[in-house]
Design a protein around this ligand. Structure first.
Ligand SMILES: [Zn+2]
Length: 158
């Protein structure tokens, strides 16, 4: 279930996605929140320079492994504008992070890519739970779908 607190963090993820697009990157943003609701770290995609692994969820996993205890990681929540890809879902699980809340699902993103006539990416868009079955996952947030879809339309209209 996605509540009002979750939505506030997801809206920040959408802002970060919009920021990424404004600096020529792909519109994805993510936020790491601790057990008390404090934002610890946030990031957006940095793949424009050529490293396609620079997803914000992957950066969050690395940051958490370096800065948080295992207990803090397990109690933390990762919010993200688009559902974790398999690479990021695996990284999330390997470092023992807790709940994930996404605004739009990989299935939605894949359907939008198809509608825009884009070829499939090199990695199969598996749901998080197929990659990391022990992670609690909530989403999507239908309130944010149109806004995120527009960011992706703008990315590919350029
Ligand atoms: Zn990813």
């Amino acid at each position: 279930m996605v509540d009002e607190t979750d939505l506030a963090h997801l809206r920040r993820c959408v802002e970060l996605a919009e920021l990424a697009l404004s600096v020529g990157d792909e519109p994805f943003g993510s936020v790491l929140v601790d057990a008390d609701g404090e934002v610890l770290f946030e990031d957006h995609n940095h793949v424009a320079a050529g490293d396609e692994t620079r997803h914000p969820e992957f950066e969050i996993a690395r940051w958490a492994a370096e800065h948080l205890t295992p207990a803090q990681r397990a109690a933390a929540t990762v919010y993200t504008s688009g559902e974790h890809c398999p690479m990021c879902a695996a990284a999330h699980a390997w470092v023992g992070l807790g709940r994930i809340v996404y605004a739009v699902s990989s299935a939605q993103l894949t359907a939008w890519r198809d509608e825009m006539g884009l070829p499939p990416g090199p990695v199969r868009p598996l749901p998080i739970q197929e990659v990391a079955p022990g992670v609690q996952v909530d989403g999507p947030a239908p309130e944010l779908a149109a806004q995120i879809r527009e960011l992706h339309r703008r990315q590919h209209a350029a």
